[in-house]
Design a protein around this ligand. Structure first.
Ligand SMILES: C[S@@+](CC[C@H](N)C(=O)[O-])C[C@H]1O[C@@H](n2cnc3c(N)ncnc32)[C@H](O)[C@@H]1O
Length: 187
């Protein structure tokens, strides 16, 4: 999978959200220069940094100090002053309110939906990113129970193309699965 230079220069510790999925999140969440976003878990900060390149302000939570240190290093190297990394468990509390977008990329993210709903403004977008379908099912069931609307689940599959004298075709190498994306709106 091709990773552009502006991502390759970022350090990574746990699994990150890769650019093809970040592109989907930016496009479908509707994040723009007036948006305030909450993100969890920060991990290596790849998604949080991509959001901060577009949004007005991003708050990104993680429970692990060591990961927050890496994210903070990445933030400083990118020169972003509209991104704040915070230690905290979003299943227990999200301090911000009236936010436009909440992104969740962590195990058991369905358990953070209640707090995400409190933090979001009316019409705000929640995004879940998860590797397994069982997680998607739980996440969607919880969204429906809490009366979120416009619930959609998708996956982005990108094929690298080979351009060669002997013929052009999709590469036989590649990563075929990263994560499923769930988008919904608070009504
Ligand atoms: C897959 S990583 C996130 C990667 C990140 N989205 C990125 O693009 O770099 C998942 C992170 O969730 C954090 N995490 C797990 N449970 C959490 C919780 N309840 N609240 C906040 N962060 C949590 C983990 O410590 C881990 O760093």
């Amino acid at each position: 999978m091709y990773i552009p230079q502006h991502y390759r220069r970022l350090k990574r510790v746990p699994q990150v959200i890769v650019p093809k999925d970040i592109g989907m999140i930016l496009a479908y969440s509707g994040v723009n220069r007036d948006s305030v976003c909450v993100d969890a878990g920060a991990g290596s900060g790849w998604l949080a940094i991509a959001l901060a390149r577009v949004a007005k302000q991003v708050y990104s939570y993680d429970i692990r100090e060591d990961f927050l240190e890496v994210s903070e290093k990445n933030r400083k190297n990118e020169g972003l002053d509209n991104l704040t990394f915070k230690k905290g468990d979003v299943t227990k509390k999200i301090k911000e309110n009236n936010v436009d977008v909440v992104t969740l990329d962590m195990p058991d993210s369905d358990k953070a939906i209640k707090n995400a709903q409190k933090a979001l403004r009316e019409g705000g977008c929640i995004v879940g990113y998860m590797p397994h379908m069982e997680q998607v099912k739980k996440f969607v069931e919880t969204l429906e129970k809490r009366k979120f609307v416009d619930v959609v689940v998708m996956e982005s599959i990108v094929r690298d193309m080979l351009v060669r004298e002997q013929g052009m075709r999709p590469s036989t190498k590649g990563v075929w699965h990263t994560g499923y994306l769930v988008f919904a709106r608070k009504q």
